[in-house]
Design a protein around this ligand. Structure first.
Ligand code: XGP
Length: 216
């Protein structure tokens, strides 16, 4: 029996993954690096500085910039991304997410957010679901990012269950790997590429019922 749910944010609760792509693509272009959707899969679930490092390595510019320059670039990308978020509203919750969350609450199942994004609280407030979660892990407090399982272990702890008692929801391969590495049941929300190692794959959360998942 499962006792709690742990959700990624970008691409699971709302489709902000595509806005990250727009902002990273523009920043990369400014640096003379062209990224495409296939490369973008590698940025999903990965924190801000690590995403920038991946782009620089991809463009052969790994050792070209100082830490201060990288921090400035990461901040520029974030400013652009936050501008793109301004109109975000409850209508932007992915289909079936709110119904699923409401059903979990009706079953008294604790729910946590495990996102690499430092913008998670801001986005959840815009979507008007911030207060619906029992815990939101602060990625700034983590030693390692996804695919390390740390964020998922911390999310399970925050809702007072063992990782094996939780179901994790992810749209990123790095996230699925983190979920599996700590023994959680992994639901892969597949929007583009196939997610390897997921225990269950869906396109949208409205394909799932809380009752069924609790039996996993
Ligand atoms: P934050 C974001 C990264 O910038 C982005 O590349 C990842 O895909 C995303 O986190 C994963 O959720 O972090 O810049 O919003 O803090």
């Amino acid at each position: 029996m499962k006792k709690g749910f742990v959700f990624d944010l970008d691409g699971v609760i709302t489709d902000t993954a595509k806005l990250h792509y727009v902002a990273w693509k523009d920043l990369a272009a400014m640096l003379g690096i062209e990224i495409d959707l296939a490369f973008n899969e590698q940025l999903k679930g990965v924190g801000r500085m690590d995403s920038l490092e991946k782009i620089l390595a991809y463009g052969g510019k790994k050792d070209d910039l100082s830490l201060a320059q990288k921090e400035t670039l990461a901040e520029e990308k974030n400013n652009h991304y936050v501008e793109l978020l301004q109109d975000l509203a409850p209508k932007d919750l992915l289909p079936g997410f709110k119904e699923f969350l409401d059903s979990a609450k009706a079953h008294h199942i604790p729910c946590a957010v495990a996102s690499a994004s430092k913008n998670a609280p801001f986005i959840l407030k815009k979507l008007e679901v911030f207060t619906e979660f029992d815990a939101i892990v602060d990625p700034a407090t983590l030693a390692k990012g996804k695919p390390d399982p740390e964020i998922f272990i911390r999310a399970a702890q925050a809702i007072h269950i063992a990782p094996e008692e939780a179901v994790g929801f992810e749209d990123a391969q790095a996230g699925i790997e983190g979920i599996k590495a700590c023994g959680m049941f992994a639901v892969g929300v597949e929007t583009t590429e196939p997610l390897h190692q997921a225990d269950l794959r869906v396109k949208q959360l409205n394909e799932l019922s809380v009752e069924e998942l609790l039996q996993k």
